[in-house]
Ligand binder design. Structure first.
Ligand code: GDP
Length: 332
């Protein structure tokens, strides 16, 4: 007997994911993380089957350099939310795993309390692929968590390079976690990162660090005020706030600020607009990735690329002209 079509095979998995079955969710995420062609077909069928669940989680992106306290914050903040009866999923985009196959975020044993919490679900970053691949898989994992009934999905990343932008593109709300620091270090924060942050959260506002944290927070608040006003921000946002993840202080106020911002965006149409723009972005990104994949997967395309590349290298053709030729071939 022939195998059932992917859609039929995935219907049962989809049902269990929608039921909130954690093992089914884990396996479903493993499926979307797989690079195998037959798995891709199943993953697409599965995502299609859960797409109309009508469930909507609050997706919170969180970035910060190693050591700033991301896992401590997620543990404390996530536990506070589950204490309020919310279901919390934690996913990660780890750019280091894309480069080296190793991971600087992967060790989730750091979040011991949250990982034992029945209302929390923690998933380390998919590894050993390029950032674009990690992004797609994480975005699909977010969709699965949402369908499984999680209220909040936290997407963690390390503050290096491109990964913040990638995470911001799949978040409703993007938080930048910072440590107390002197004025000089403040200058080092890239403008682009400040521009995508909805809130800057200065962590470690406790003990000896509290005074510095207060100054740092005021400095960031000042820097944020100088940025161009964005239409998606109510008065007072983007804002800088202080917390201590270790002492678990300021977390309830941070959550109030996040909810206030989200409520305002919902009321003013920015929530839906942002999700629509993100969906369009990811569609275009998939097309780009698909075209690039064709260039490397197809042997004839590969040898044409190599030949044209050599011609360009030897000054026999202009880069733009050779690219035109390659694109014309792809189209044909
Ligand atoms: P990550 O690399 O960003 O995930 O940072 P971690 O959560 O692993 O924290 C790095 C270090 O900072 C650890 O030694 C934590 O105990 C410490 N840390 C985290 N949050 C706080 C905080 O609120 N206050 C203080 N004083 N230390 C903290």
């Amino acid at each position: 007997m022939s195998k059932p079509e992917p859609a039929a095979r995935m219907a049962e998995v989809a049902r269990r994911v929608l039921d909130g079955d954690r093992r089914a969710l884990s396996r479903a995420i493993t499926l979307v993380e797989s690079g195998r062609a037959d798995h891709r077909a199943e993953a697409a069928a599965l995502l299609d089957a859960v797409r109309t669940s009508g469930r909507e989680a609050l997706r919170i992106g969180l970035s910060g350099t190693p050591g700033v306290g991301k896992s401590t914050f997620i543990e404390a903040f996530g536990t506070m939310l589950t204490g309020q009866g919310l279901k919390v999923a934690v996913l990660a985009v780890d750019p280091s795993s894309a480069r080296s196959g190793g991971s600087i975020l992967g060790d989730k044993t750091r979040m011991g309390r949250l990982s034992r919490d029945p209302n929390a679900f923690i998933r380390p970053s998919p590894s050993q692929t390029h950032l674009g691949g990690v992004a797609r898989r994480t975005r699909e994992a977010v969709a699965l968590c949402e369908a499984a009934g999680f209220d909040v999905v936290l997407i963690e990343t390390v503050g290096v390079g491109q990964s913040e932008t990638v995470v911001a593109e799949m978040s409703d709300l993007f938080l930048l976690l910072m440590a107390p620091a002197g004025g000089d270090e403040l200058q080092g924060v890239k403008r682009g990162i400040m521009e995508i942050a909805d809130m800057i959260v200065v962590n470690k506002a406790d003990g000896d660090l509290k005074a510095t944290a207060t100054r740092t927070c005021a400095d960031y608040a000042g820097a944020l005020r100088l940025l161009r006003k964005r239409p998606q921000d109510p008065p007072g946002y983007p804002k800088a706030i202080m917390v201590s993840a270790i002492e678990e202080s300021g977390l309830a106020a941070a959550w109030d600020d996040m909810q206030g911002l989200i409520a305002w965006r919902r009321d003013h149409g920015h929530w839906a607009a942002r999700r629509q723009a993100q969906a369009r972005h990811w569609f275009e990104e998939e097309v780009r990735q698909g075209l690039l994949a064709r260039l490397t997967a197809d042997p004839e395309a590969r040898s044409r690329m190599a030949a044209l590349g050599t011609a360009v290298a030897h000054g026999e053709a202009e880069p733009a002209q050779a690219a035109e030729e390659m694109l014309a071939w792809l189209k044909g």
